[in-house]
Design a protein around this ligand. Structure first.
Ligand code: SAM
Ligand code: SF4
Length: 323
């Protein structure tokens, strides 16, 4: 079996697959004006997703995260989950969601084969949540988080982008919350994109600042495990929950990169930011093209750069969910 290893010795067993760009939220750091597209995009079909994943699986992919846009807006979402879950080598199917329909669907997705779920909850205060996401549904999202635990998900993670003057005061609320909850809370450092420069300058908080705050209050850095990828994980003797810090601006961030990305229109992206991607779509309609697809993916990986060089002042282009 081929393996996906790049020129810097990094192994890629983890694929992040976007299945739609559409979103029903207006997070002020992501889609402040809501989703709109100048032309109708045709997102990957279930059949294309199956062919794509069969190729990746033969190249050693073991974990798939379904993302977007908001992936749960797809009407065939449960079918997409079960299609991926039924591929032999895929050990884990995860998703990232804004939680909009979680309370209604968590059980159905679990039954379809979803193993793990990340819910974005950018504030534990209902008003601030509304201010950031444009949706006044904080309670409903929290009920969704509980529905995941009830449905049997062993791994529920919460994503939060901490921002100065918006939700930075929530940090202590978050830490209190996970005292008795078996949840990994992931603080994602706000990333600058081509179109959020002013917002970024006003609200960006360095991940290092959060890290120092955690260390000063007794949080301990866990030894990194392979599947952590670039996250730095912290535990505390009096807390059941954990903290994961995603700090894309730290200079070693890319050393532990373990993921590739495919966009909702079938382009392979070797990095979250910037590059145009490599089109795979012409090889996705028929399972007969699997070997050519694998070769294209392997060849593309030889061009993966060592780093995104964000720490050296390079600005990210558009993250792939906006491409
Ligand atoms: N709609 C889903 C959600 O919000 O969870 C999935 C897609 S969203 C693009 C995936 C994650 O990216 C979310 O946790 C979101 O907070 C994060 N994100 C989006 N824009 C970001 C930015 N500029 N900087 C840091 N994280 C960002
Ligand atoms: Fe939508 Fe997720 Fe972006 Fe918020 S972060 S606007 S929920 S895609």
């Amino acid at each position: 079996m081929n393996q996906l290893i790049d020129n810097y010795g990094r192994k890629f067993e983890y694929l992040r697959l976007s299945i739609t760009d559409e979103c029903n939220f207006k997070c002020n750091y992501c889609l402040p004006d809501g989703y709109s597209s100048p032309h109708k995009k045709h997102f990957l079909t279930v059949n294309e997703i199956r062919n794509l994943l069969n190729a990746f699986s033969e190249l050693g992919t073991k974990k798939v995260r379904i993302t977007g846009g908001e992936p749960s807006l797809r009407k065939d979402f449960s079918e997409i989950i079960s299609t991926i879950a039924n591929i032999r080598t895929i050990e884990k199917v995860a998703m990232t969601t804004n939680g909009y329909s979680l309370s209604k669907n968590a059980q159905q997705w679990f039954d379809a084969g979803l193993d793990a779920i990340n819910v974005s909850v950018d504030s534990l205060d209902a008003k601030t949540f509304y201010l950031i996401t444009g949706k006044n549904i904080f309670q409903r999202v929290m009920q969704g988080v509980q529905a995941c635990v009830d449905a049997g998900f062993k791994q529920v993670k919460i994503n939060s982008v901490l921002m100065r003057g918006l939700n930075d005061r929530d940090i202590d609320l978050y830490l209190d919350w996970i005292k008795n909850q078996p949840i990994q809370l992931r603080f994602i450092e706000l990333m600058q994109t081509e179109d959020n420069a002013d917002f970024f300058n006003k609200h960006h908080i360095s991940g290092e600042w959060i890290k120092e705050k955690l260390l000063a209050s007794g949080w301990i850095r866990k030894t990194a495990l392979n599947h952590d990828g670039p996250a730095q994980v912290f535990t505390h003797p009096t807390h059941i929950g954990e903290i994961g810090l995603i700090m894309p601006y730290s200079k070693d961030f890319c050393n532990s990169c373990n993921r590739l990305r495919v966009s909702s229109v079938g382009r392979l992206h070797l990095c979250l930011f910037g590059e145009e991607g490599i089109d795979l779509r012409d090889l996705l309609a028929s399972s007969k093209d699997k070997e050519r697809l694998k070769t294209r993916i392997i060849n593309a990986l030889t061009t993966k750069k060592e780093s995104h060089f964000l720490h050296a002042g390079e600005m990210g282009g558009l993250p792939i969910w906006h491409l």
